[in-house]
Design a protein around this ligand. Structure first.
Ligand code: GLY
Length: 278
């Protein structure tokens, strides 16, 4: 069984944006599906690169600037053999997921932040850009302040390997230096080899306090749909919170749960395709 699952953020999407968001996550799934031949890691990174280029999502191009007008982005990629690369508060690169991948592949570390992360990324061929290229005033006006958030994906390849990847411009009007859940393995995304994986979206301050992704994977014995819903219910019980989670088990079965108004998501597996949420 092979599969790709994608989410495009969680929040209250204005009606006019919903069709674009659903189209975007479906198209991203197709990109990931086509890349699965290269392996789960490559497919997961391809999906997030694609979404970072799509102005309908708060990641890469069209990120929320902080209150100073500066875009500071977070990204993470992880494999089921526990290779991990993460970046936070990263400025002026076109694809933060490429920086996270460079950390995973080349750094000997797992997590770089700020200027050091940017310098390392550029040394490893990650494409620079200006702050202005990451901000679309037109898109910010369409979003308002209710569309949060993170893009994320789970990939399962023919060899049974899994990878997760996520990227975010963070929350609207965030404080300079604020970092969300995205670079934190176990919070935004997690994989347990032989069991499955989860990726989250929503308010990082809520997600990180309950290790939402790790919690969802731990519940996979209930089945993916129940695991996703149970993780969200536990978050609400423990801290309140607004978030969504997409889960895939190692058999390619997929489930999702969210307590935000919308969470556009999609999946393609050998068994079929689906999704929704907007
Ligand atoms: N979930 C993304 C963030 O809170 O930054």
């Amino acid at each position: 069984m092979v599969g790709i699952a994608v989410n495009g953020g969680a929040g209250r999407y204005p009606e006019a944006l919903r069709a674009d968001a659903i189209r975007g996550v479906r198209r991203a799934c197709e990109v990931g599906w086509d890349a699965l031949e290269m392996g789960a890691l490559e497919a997961a990174v391809s999906v997030v690169r694609f979404l970072e280029s799509d102005p309908n999502f708060n990641a890469g191009r069209c990120s929320f600037p902080n209150v100073d007008g500066t875009v500071e982005m977070d990204a993470m990629v992880m494999t089921d053999d526990l290779r991990l690369g993460a970046v936070a508060a990263l400025r002026e690169v076109r694809h933060p997921i490429d920086a996270a991948l460079a950390v995973l592949l080349h750094s000997g570390n797992t997590f770089l932040v700020g200027d050091g992360a940017r310098r390392f990324a550029l040394e490893h061929g990650v494409e620079p850009c200006s702050n202005d290229e990451l901000v679309s005033r037109e898109q910010l006006a369409r979003w308002g302040l209710d569309v949060d958030d993170t893009v994320g994906t789970i990939a399962l390849d023919r060899g049974g390997r899994m990878a997760v990847a996520l990227s975010s411009g963070g929350t609207p009007r965030k404080r300079p230096g604020r970092v969300g859940d995205v670079p934190l393995a176990g919070s935004s995304g997690y994989i347990v080899k032989g069991s499955g994986a989860a990726v989250c979206t929503g308010v990082g301050e809520d997600i990180m306090r309950v290790l939402l992704a790790s919690r969802a994977v731990a519940h996979l014995g209930d089945g993916p749909e129940a695991a996703a819903r149970r993780a969200i219910a536990e978050m609400v019980e423990l801290v309140g919170g607004r978030a969504g989670v997409v889960v895939m088990d190692v058999e390619g079965r997929v489930g999702a749960g969210f307590n935000t108004g919308q969470m556009p998501w999609a999946f393609i597996t050998d068994a079929g395709e689906g999704g929704g949420g907007a």
